[in-house]
Write a new protein. Sequence first.
Length: 330
Amino acid sequence: MRLSYIQSGLWLLMLAAVQLALFPIFVEMMFQEKFIFGTIEWGGLLPQTPGNWQLIFWIQAVASVAGIPILGKFYYPQLGEDLKKLFWGENPKVLKLAMLSGLSLFVAWEAIAIGCSQIPPGVVVGFFLIYPILTTLGAWKFWGYRPHQTRITAMTIVTIGSLFALKVPAMFAATPIQGFLGILAAMVGGIAFASYLLLTYRGTRSLHPLPFSAIALATLLGFASLSLILPLPGTAISMPLSELPRLMVGSVILGILTLVGYSFIAYGILLAGVTRGATAIASVPALFVLFGAILVHDFLDLKQIFALVIVIVGLLVLITEPMVRQDWYD
């Protein structure tokens, strides 16, 4: 039974990785016009400014929170009852963990946005990929889940493959200050995302993943709303009103991807363990490159094709590991 739990969790995490890989493609289409499957022209709705980044974050957070009751109705009818118990103080520790999880996710989002405004996204994602290592070390320190050789091998293969899949220009920053700020933001994002995974794993051991995700995403929405209304420099929204309907449709799609992806992460790491979860999610950059080639016909060079093969090999090692090891988390 344990073996089937682990493998079910891994497949959920793979689906979450697919959702998270599609996410930046849709975000990119918000700012740049693309041809979907080479025929359907869509995108270029907004200028790429910090304020418009905040607007998209906020709308997708609203859409994801609005979708929670619908998901709960079909998937977990006890959602409302569990939330009532939490807010009446039945388990304040889990409530704090869920809120901290949402805050960590918000910091990761913001850090990636700041990093992408300073240096190319490929460089940002490269430094952001420190999170599988940090997650594994955190699980080892806090719960004694010492990573075994097979899992370390899988993590190394997937991370290296994802790094090779990224397109990084030779000069990745206009100035040294921009390069430093971009790399720092990417690393902060990696630390925050590792914290999100660890907090989510710890919280879902005491609470069903859906109500936990509901609180985390509601917290994310709260901070996204705060960042949108604060009069920070350079955060003014620039949006033609004629594009509002298409913007809403695109943001709803992003919200659905957010809700489904992070719900799968919460349930997947509960079943498969947090270190396996971090390794599976590390495949997102490579999947992003693959889906970019399929959806918007971004050209894949030989290095990227080789990188995708490396990632597939690493994921196969990760999936087959439970067949070799019959233990649970360690």
